[in-house]
Design a protein around this ligand. Structure first.
Ligand SMILES: [Zn+2]
Ligand SMILES: [Zn+2]
Length: 135
């Protein structure tokens, strides 16, 4: 299991109980919306408000601990920041799967940016469709 206190410290954030709880829930689910994080965290820590959770998540996104995954037609999900990868998003059950960003795809998107005179900072590739169990 990830050392959340260490992770937070590396990003210049104090390792509060609420933050480590939020991170634990996010890691357990992989990609999860704020309302679901709130449901899970309140099971352990009933006094936490949605506003507090929201504030902490925004802070952790700003500091690079978390990544926001905006999903068309749904609320954003959040994940622990990691290497660039591709998302396969099921439009039926909303499952989000991580797939490795292979060398070819990485170079292709780089190329698209380059020929457009666009300086690429970061990318998030989301592919929408039906997962194996929803097909
Ligand atoms: Zn599905
Ligand atoms: Zn992901």
């Amino acid at each position: 299991m990830t050392d959340y206190a260490q992770l937070l410290k590396e990003h210049e954030l104090k390792a509060t109980f609420q933050r480590t709880q939020i991170l634990e829930v996010i890691e357990k689910y992989g990609h999860i919306a704020i309302e679901r994080i709130y449901e899970e965290v309140s099971k352990i820590h009933a006094s936490l408000s949605l506003a507090t959770i929201y504030k902490n998540i925004i802070m952790m996104v700003e500091k690079g601990v978390l990544t926001e995954v905006p999903i068309i037609g749904q609320k954003s999900k959040y994940e622990i920041a990691k290497e660039e990868h591709i998302h396969l998003i099921c439009t039926s059950c909303s499952a989000v799967m991580d797939k490795v960003l292979d060398k070819d795809t990485s170079e292709d998107t780089q190329h698209v940016a380059e020929v457009s005179g666009f300086s690429l900072e970061h990318r998030q590739l989301n592919l929408y469709g039906l997962c194996e169990s929803c097909k």
